[in-house]
Design a binder for this molecule. Structure first.
Ligand SMILES: NC(=O)c1ccc[n+]([C@@H]2O[C@H](COP(=O)([O-])OP(=O)(O)OC[C@H]3O[C@@H](n4cnc5c(N)ncnc54)[C@H](O)[C@@H]3O)[C@@H](O)[C@H]2O)c1
Length: 405
């Protein structure tokens, strides 16, 4: 192995909304800062690759498929990501930002090729797939991180710390709400909204947060869902999904979600969280950060300076920096992978695997690696089973497999 300049190469499989708005700006920024090397982007068709090229005309990246070599820009290349991963350098990783139901095949291919992974949430939609990912990754000593960015929001990290110290006493119950505009199922996710739901797509953030904050595992789940507006728009998609989750200490959390908010809502996402214990309560509106901007062009907008926002750069005059918990969460994955690759530099395969296992064991304590991301997946699957079975109770076995009672 030649000595390493410390730059990670990356294959991004996705190229949609989260890639354009958060992942690629982060990758380009980190390349500017010297942490990321070659960037490749694989998307389903040349049309979506062209959109990325148009959004970032000054940034270089390798495209799969390459629009220059394709006659029909709408033709699907569902396996092009494999070609991209096959060319990835040994100091490279795979970033998965495909629709929720298409994470597992990409992750499994990356694992087969011996690559570490950063994946958008949720890790996958089925517990069986989460275990398949976990077992395959363990066999090779690979790092698989899920981007549950809310864990990096100081408004939530703070309450995790206080709950951990016992300041709220025994946890009794919680309440979370996360709701998005109609444009999500009607426009942005029109291609795959029927394969997911507002719970699986966004509600899972707060299911993961209850687990992150309390350390408790879910015991049983009941889910409800309504289809009233979206079918009138020709979409066989749920408007709203709600769940009641009972946790192992007997506490209960209610999570309400929808993706049919009026387009005039003052930010894309309406969201917040309450948690109550025997000694105290936490309640926060994560949309209204007491900050708004009103302009002739944009009207009234709630402004969350903490998620992923652009600011004038301190170190690059005339340029900008992206800052916030959306950025920090992705960075945690990149930095961990860089640290692992640096630590195994020059080691034999056997020693490298041992070193990887040792480092991953520590990360498993605090990060959403598959052992922790499993909880969000299990709750997602349980809610889906319950809501499709007349809102029956769903329980979990010791491996978190859900079962209708
Ligand atoms: N971390 C977060 O909070 C957050 C926020 C938004 C979305 N997400 C997650 O990120 C993922 C992607 O969301 P999005 O908003 O970008 O969705 P999107 O529908 O806008 O984009 C999905 C992209 O995947 C591509 N794709 C589909 N099949 C492919 C294949 N076989 N090979 C290569 N590319 C393929 C499509 O071309 C599309 O560009 C979802 O899992 C979503 O839940 C996470």
């Amino acid at each position: 192995m030649s000595s390493w300049d410390g730059k990670l190469d990356v294959v991004l499989v996705g190229g949609g909304m989260i890639s354009l708005e958060v992942i690629l700006p982060t990758l380009f920024q980190e390349r500017r800062e010297g942490k990321i090397g070659k960037i490749s982007v694989s998307s389903l068709d040349a049309k979506s690759i062209k959109r990325v090229q148009n959004e970032f005309p000054d940034e270089e990246f390798v495209s799969y498929p390459d629009p220059k070599e394709v006659d029909d820009e709408n033709k699907a290349y569902p396996d092009a990501y494999k070609d991209a991963i096959d060319t990835l350098d040994e100091r490279g990783f795979v970033l998965v930002a495909t629709p929720d139901h298409f994470h597992t095949p990409v992750i499994m291919y990356a694992i087969e090729k011996g690559k570490d992974v950063v994946c958008e949430k949720p890790l996958c939609l089925k517990v069986e797939e989460a275990w398949k990912i976990q077992n395959a990754a363990k066999e090779k000593g690979l790092y698989i991180y899920t981007d549950y960015h809310k864990r990096h929001d100081r408004a939530l990290r703070g309450i995790k710390y206080r709950v951990g110290k016992g300041d709220l006493g025994e946890i009794l119950y919680g309440h979370a709400w996360i709701e998005e505009k109609k444009e999500m199922p009607l426009k942005n996710f029109a291609a795959w909204a029927s394969e997911s739901s507002s719970f699986e797509y966004i509600g899972v953030h707060y299911a993961d947060i209850y687990y992150f904050v309390t350390g408790l595992k879910p015991k049983r789940v009941i889910g409800f869902a309504q289809k009233k507006f979206l079918p009138t728009q020709g979409k066989d998609v749920y408007d709203a999904v709600e769940a009641t989750i009972e946790w192992e200490n007997g506490s209960v959390c209610w999570i309400q979600t929808n993706w049919v908010l009026p387009q005039s809502t003052t930010s894309l996402t309406n969201q917040g969280f309450q948690i109550t214990g025997t000694k105290g309560e936490y309640k926060a509106d994560h949309k209204d950060r007491h900050c708004y901007i009103v302009t002739d062009d944009g009207g009234y907008e709630h402004y969350n300076p903490n998620f992923f926002k652009i600011f004038d750069s301190w170190n690059h005059p005339g340029k900008t920096d992206y800052v916030g918990y959306g950025y920090e969460s992705l960075l945690q994955g990149y930095d961990d992978i860089r640290d692992i690759l640096a630590a195994i530099e020059g080691l034999s395969d056997e020693d490298a695997k041992k070193k990887r296992e040792k480092m991953i064991k520590v990360y498993e304590e605090t990060r959403p690696l598959p052992n922790q991301a499993l909880i969000g997946t299990a709750i997602n699957e349980a809610v889906r089973i319950s809501m499709e079975n007349d809102s029956g109770w769903v329980v979990f076995d010791e491996n978190m497999y859900p079962r209708l009672t």
